[in-house]
Design a protein. Structure first.
Lengths: 725, 537
């Protein structure tokens, strides 16, 4: 009897207006309308301070709060039980009184009737024996589509009494690639004209589900094509499997010169020298690419190149924490890469750091991030790829995380204590020690309840009395069953080497932003763990795959692919790498403040060291807090800088530089041209290139030194130099 | 208050004998000399009157004043004990503050610019002490040292802690191609010490740079005339410290030298009891030395089993020197007490230049914590006062506040019966008197609550022709807190050092006054009295 009442109630949600006022559920009927009609979304009343004095919890995650906001606040004007139609919430929603959000529905709409009936029945918070919303599913969850095809999605809400109902009409939809697959307000997905993939998110209230859509290329490719592709390691097989689903075929392998330059820039951040190019091109051994990777991983440049990337993520501003703390933190990061410290140990040492920031650089992390909640969002983003920041203030709109999750995780840092001298910007020169305090707690910001340390998922090891709770957190983070820990790490390295993450952005792992190749991400993570979190082995695994060595040259079946690694994706050289390459090409190093002479840009220990070049090419601003993810975008300023920078001009034309030395030497013009091409592009010039360049030397009025300088300058100003291909 | 007193004293000196300014010594460079060798030293400072004569706090140096202002010739005796010697330069106008000058076992050399560049280092071909200076802002000093595979190089800087140089030095070891292999900022206070085992044969680079000890708003490396340092580079034996860290005055102490490249036969020395204030632990074939003060109670070394279940007995009064060798180690000592017995426990580690940040706890025999102290005020080295609540056995536990550990995590734990005492202090540490006249020296007595004894304040070791009447300090009245000693110089009185001591009825030996003021060091307890000519203006 009761069950049939609820079924009836659910059916009534979308049914035509019914005359008599029936019991209406606040959570299951009223709040969904407020979410679906945009009242409780972020730009309107769902934002942190509400809108025009009226605040709702974001997408209705806090029913008690919303009920109070409607029935108690604003002196109860928002609902009038005695005269429901005069309730401010209805008057505003239908536009009868001025409303910044305009009309949300009409007086004769089902929404109006439900809200009115709820008010008329006394605006109850809960009905007797009311079930709860447990989950939402979308159907289908996977769909192969043809270009321009469309298909309706069905969204179903599931309740605690084992009932469910179709809530498609009350759901919101969003595509992560609207140009590939769009979706309308009714949940109909529409394939675009080009092949590709997209994930459609359907959200009902604050619960969501996703549907992955693939539009393969029209004409099928024979299975034998994929079967015949080389498989150097597991990466290749998993990439081919994905390409096969999409009907994409991979590019040809890159030539040896390209591979050499790519591997040098990727693994150690430097260009190969002409001698290295000549030797590699002359080497006939079939395993020369793998042996090259082995050699590069042993080079001393390796540590600075990779530490420089991690410094962006960790190193704070010296104006804030003091230069000594920053220098020692930087050296701790560099030392970790010098010793190829396993990644789990690196994270453990960082997150459980104690002592003076002058002795233990890692402790600077806690000098910079002082409160548990400040530490939490950085830790979850860096080491889990989970962006929890939203959940600090409200339920995460695209995820399952709430404030109890955020502050439960923060509670692991409740006992991080400080002694010594704290921050005193802009010098902050005192010595501070990080210590495990005897007590300390983190409270839920709404309930004020002291929260016990709680991991986001799974079980954290028990915390013995008097033990540092951070040790338990590190145990949980680095445990073999924590897939997020390894996945976000391998995703970063993959993105560095392959030009794009399997998940993009690299630190945003969530169901609504799925990896382009989930089995590959999982396999890389599993392998990383098997290799005991060894960075060099991870880099070796990726760079010795066949896929890593593909050419960036597209074919007709992978032209549109920009996420499935059917070809290499070119990226602009990182600021420091490009800078150091120019120094190597010109043989004129830069002088930096607070650095020994001859230092390379990727050895700089703080972004406070001035360099217009590095700033132009995307070095994070010195005043920005870590973690700083870089976008290797290209800008007009960069092109102008390469063309007009006096510093660069001075390097090219220096009396101490390579151009002068080449000009003064006895080499013939074609040998000089070869030398420049080997040095700058890492390849031999073509016959035509050599002919054109050599002619410059014999042109009327040509001066040998100036020709060499002009050639050098011109090659530096080409994409072939500025990009890693 | 102390500052005012200081000003009053200076004012007093200036008024009584108006004259040329007293000499001022900013630094000595080079900063040391090898045993049996002679070195030309520049004394930077201001000298209205030259020549000067030198006073040293211990024997071993012969100091000759050259004709040129600021130039000294310093010779170390062949059998001189290594380590710092504190010296003052004096003339008829007064005396300088005491500055350290080192006697070493290794040859000494001078840093030579230019050596800033990684590819143009100063070549160092044998173990030695380099006397260096970061001469200007941005200066980096680079040295090249050839090592065989697995050979151990010890690189140690003395700059801020002992020499008082106003900078915070950083030491790096780079591979032959210029890549940083090791980086160390602080070890002994701000001064770095680094043992480095060469991973392969080659010429390695040792790089020195620094920041102003009081940081400024720039990120630049600091430099200046006063940025002087001693850099020991040796592949031979090197003494970093000694165990124990104090010597009992009652008996010979077997002292273990701890450092690097020290063979077992070079690491044990026996130091005899002495009436001196301190002794030096060293080995004639090793670089480095460690200064140990004498104390009036037993001095022990931690035994291997001083763990929680087997605490080592701690005599009271007594001292024990231990090491937190492993991370998260805790050392335990036991003592017995009767109800109401009061104790004072003091731990020294940071003060001695060790890395430990000690935490001290007292527990009962069952391990129940009764008291715990990490820091005392802003001092990292704690002291803990404890009164036994009942008859029985108690334990003292020492650990690192951060759970770190290692060879240089040394502590010196001293257990004393807690009874009220006093501190005797004199400011400033020099005085001037005209021949045939008198000058007053104010002595401060800081009495603990409950210390009621009468003290006799005496000047000892006075130079010829100088007399001082002893004064009494009683528990009540003005003399409880300070007394004025009247220093009387005869017409033919000589300048010279002297000490001020206090003696009470039940004291085994007198307490020597501590000198307080800018540039003073616990190593020096002799004031300097300058006797100016009677006709001085």
């Amino acid at each position: 009897m009761r069950q049939s009442f609820w079924i009836w109630l659910f059916l009534s949600i979308l049914a035509a207006p019914i005359e008599a006022a029936e019991p209406v559920s606040f959570e299951l009927q009223v709040q969904p309308i407020l979410a679906a009609r945009g009242c409780s979304i972020g730009p309107c009343h769902g934002k942190a301070r509400g809108q025009n004095g009226f605040q709702l919890s974001l997408l209705g995650f806090d029913s008690d709060f919303d009920h109070a906001a409607l029935t108690k606040n604003a002196r109860g004007r928002r609902v009038s039980v005695a005269a429901p139609d005069t309730s401010l919430m209805l008057q505003k929603a239908v536009g009868a009184v001025p409303h910044g959000g305009g009309q949300r529905f009409a007086v004769d709409s089902p929404e109006y009737k439900i809200l009115r009936d709820w008010i008329a029945s006394g605006a109850p918070r809960r009905l007797e024996n009311e079930p709860r919303l447990v989950s939402v599913t979308v159907s289908p969850t996977e769909r192969m589509m043809k270009p321009n095809e469309s298909h309706p999605l069905v969204v179903t809400a599931h309740y605690s009494n084992n009932t469910s109902q179709d809530v498609t009409g009350m759901a919101m939809f969003q595509s992560n690639e609207p140009a590939v697959v769009g979706v309308n307000d009714s949940g109909v997905i529409q394939a675009g004209p080009i092949p590709g993939e997209a994930t459609i998110m359907a959200r009902y209230m604050n619960v969501f589900a996703t549907c992955n859509v693939v539009i393969p290329l029209p004409e099928p490719v024979s299975d034998s094509v994929y079967a015949a592709l080389p498989r150097y390691n597991f990466i290749d097989d998993l990439v081919w499997k994905k390409l096969q689903i999409l009907g994409i075929t991979p590019a040809e392998p890159a030539d040896d010169a390209k591979f050499l330059r790519r591997a040098h820039l990727d693994v150690i951040g430097t260009l190969p020298t002409p001698d290295e190019v000549r030797a590699f091109l002359a080497d006939q051994a079939p395993d020369k690419r793998a042996r090259l990777i082995d050699r590069l991983l042993e080079r001393p440049e390796y540590a600075d190149h990779w530490a420089n990337k991690w410094a962006d993520l960790l190193r704070p501003n010296p104006y804030r924490v003091g230069i000594k703390a920053v220098l020692n933190y930087d050296q701790w990061i560099r030392d970790s890469f010098r010793r190829n410290k396993p990644y789990d140990q690196f994270v453990r040492e960082l997150l459980t750091a104690q002592g003076s920031t002058w002795h233990n650089g890692a402790a600077t992390f806690f000098r910079d991030r002082r409160a548990p909640d400040e530490i939490t969002s950085m830790v979850s983003q860096l080491f889990l790829g989970i962006r929890l920041e939203c959940a600090k203030c409200h339920h995460h709109p695209f995820e399952k995380w709430g404030q109890e999750d955020y502050f439960g995780l923060a509670a692991f840092f409740a006992r991080v204590g400080h002694k010594g001298t704290g921050l005193s910007p802009p010098i902050s020169g005192g010595e501070e020690m990080i210590v495990v305090a005897k007590s300390g707690q983190v409270k839920h910001p709404l309930t004020g309840e002291a929260l016990a340390p709680k991991t986001l998922f799974g079980e954290a090891p028990a915390i013995p009395e008097d033990a540092d709770p951070r040790v338990a957190l590190a145990d949980w983070l680095t445990a073999p069953d924590n897939q997020f820990f390894a996945e976000v790490a391998v995703n970063r390295v993959w993105a560095d080497l392959m030009g794009r993450g399997l998940v993009d952005p690299v630190d945003d792992l969530r169901a609504t932003n799925p990896p382009t190749n989930a089995p590959l991400l999982r396999a890389l993570a599993d392998d990383f763990r098997r290799q005991k979190f060894n960075w060099k082995e991870l880099i070796r695994t990726i760079t010795t795959s066949y896929v890593y060595g593909l050419s960036s040259e597209p074919n007709e079946r992978n032209l549109a692919d920009n996420r499935n690694f059917s070809r290499h994706y070119r990226t602009r050289l990182r600021a420091e790498v490009l800078h150091d390459a120019i120094c190597d090409v010109t043989a004129i190093p830069s002088r930096f403040d607070a650095m020994p002479s001859g230092s390379r840009a990727n050895q700089i220990w703080t972004h406070r060291v001035n360099s217009i070049f590095l700033d132009t090419f995307g070095r994070p601003d010195r005043n920005r807090d870590p973690p700083c993810e870089r976008m290797e975008t290209t800008t007009v300023t960069q092109a102008l800088h390469l063309m007009n920078s006096t510093a660069l001009h001075d390097k090219v034309t220096s009396d101490e530089g390579r151009a002068k030395k080449l000009a003064d030497g006895s080499q013939k013009p074609e040998q000089i041209v070869e030398e420049l091409y080997l040095r700058i592009y890492g390849r031999w010039p073509s016959l035509e290139e050599n002919r054109v360049a050599t002619e410059l030397f014999s042109a009327a009025g040509a001066q040998r030194r100036q020709v060499v300088e002009d050639l050098m300058w011109a090659l530096i100003n080409t994409p072939e130099f500025v990009f890693k291909d | 208050m102390r500052y005012t007193l200081c000003l009053v004293m200076i004012g007093f000196c200036l008024c009584s004998v108006a004259r040329a300014a007293p000499p001022q010594l900013n630094s000595l460079f080079p900063t040391g000399v090898q045993r049996g060798q002679t070195v030309e030293v520049t004394a930077s400072g201001s000298w209205d009157t030259w020549p000067v004569t030198a006073w040293t706090q211990r024997p071993g140096l012969e100091i000759v004043c050259e004709n040129d202002k600021g130039k000294l010739k310093i010779t170390a005796a062949a059998n001189a004990e290594p380590g710092p010697v504190w010296l003052r330069l004096t003339n008829r106008d007064g005396a300088t503050a005491a500055k350290p000058f080192f006697i070493g076992t290794l040859p000494e050399s001078l840093e030579k610019e230019p050596n800033n560049d990684t590819d143009k280092p100063q070549v160092v071909d044998a173990s030695q002490v380099i006397n260096g200076r970061l001469e200007k802002r941005g200066d980096i000093d680079t040295f090249a040292f050839k090592l065989a595979k697995d050979q151990m190089l010890v690189a140690a800087i003395e700059a801020n802690s002992t020499l008082g140089s106003p900078f915070d030095p950083v030491l790096q070891i780079c591979s032959p191609d210029g890549f940083v292999l090791e980086h160390i900022d602080d070890a002994r206070g701000m001064d770095p010490v680094l043992p480095f085992a060469a991973p392969a044969e080659g010429t390695y680079l040792v790089r020195v740079f620094g920041f102003p000890a009081t940081p400024d708003s720039s990120i630049a490396f600091g430099g200046g005339d006063s940025f002087i340092y001693r850099l020991t580079l040796t592949t031979g034996p090197y003494v970093d410290h000694a165990l124990p860290t104090v010597l009992s005055r009652d008996s010979s102490t077997e002292v273990r030298l701890v450092g690097w490249n020290l063979s077992p036969e070079r690491s044990l020395v026996t130091i005899a009891p002495s009436e001196q204030e301190r002794a030096i632990a060293f080995h004639t074939e090793a670089a480095g030395a460690f200064v140990l003060p004498y104390v009036e109670y037993p001095s022990l070394v931690e035994q291997a089993e001083s763990a929680e279940n087997k605490p080592q007995a701690l005599p009271v009064p007594g001292s024990v020197t231990g090491v937190i060798q492993q991370p998260r180690d805790e050392d335990y000592y036991s003592f017995t007490a009767k109800k109401g017995d009061a104790f004072r426990f003091e731990v020294a580690a940071d003060e001695l230049g060790f890395l430990l940040d000690p935490t001290i706890a007292v527990t009962d025999a069952s391990g129940k914590s009764l008291a715990e102290v990490d820091d005392s005020r802003r001092d990292r080295d704690p002291q803990l006062d404890f009164t036994a609540p009942a008859d029985g056995e108690y334990r003292v536990g020492i650990r690192d506040a951060f759970g770190h550990g290692g060879e240089r995590f040394v502590y010196q734990l001293t257990a004393l019966p807690k009874r009220p005492g006093f501190q005797l202090k004199v400011t400033p540490d020099t005085a001037i008197v005209k021949a045939g006249a008198t000058v007053e020296v104010t002595v401060t007595i800081e009495r603990d609550k409950g210390f009621d004894a009468e003290l006799e304040i005496i000047a000892t070791g006075l130079p010829a022709g100088v007399t001082v009447e002893p004064q009494k300090s009683t528990k009540d009245g003005a003399s409880a807190k300070s007394v004025k000693l009247v220093v009387k110089a005869a017409a033919d009185a000589q300048s010279g050092p002297f000490q001020i001591t206090a003696k009470g009825a039940d004291m085994a030996r007198p307490q020597i006054a501590r000198l307080e003021g800018e540039g003073t060091t616990p190593a020096v307890s002799h004031l300097w009295l300058t006797v100016a000519p009677a006709d001085a203006k």
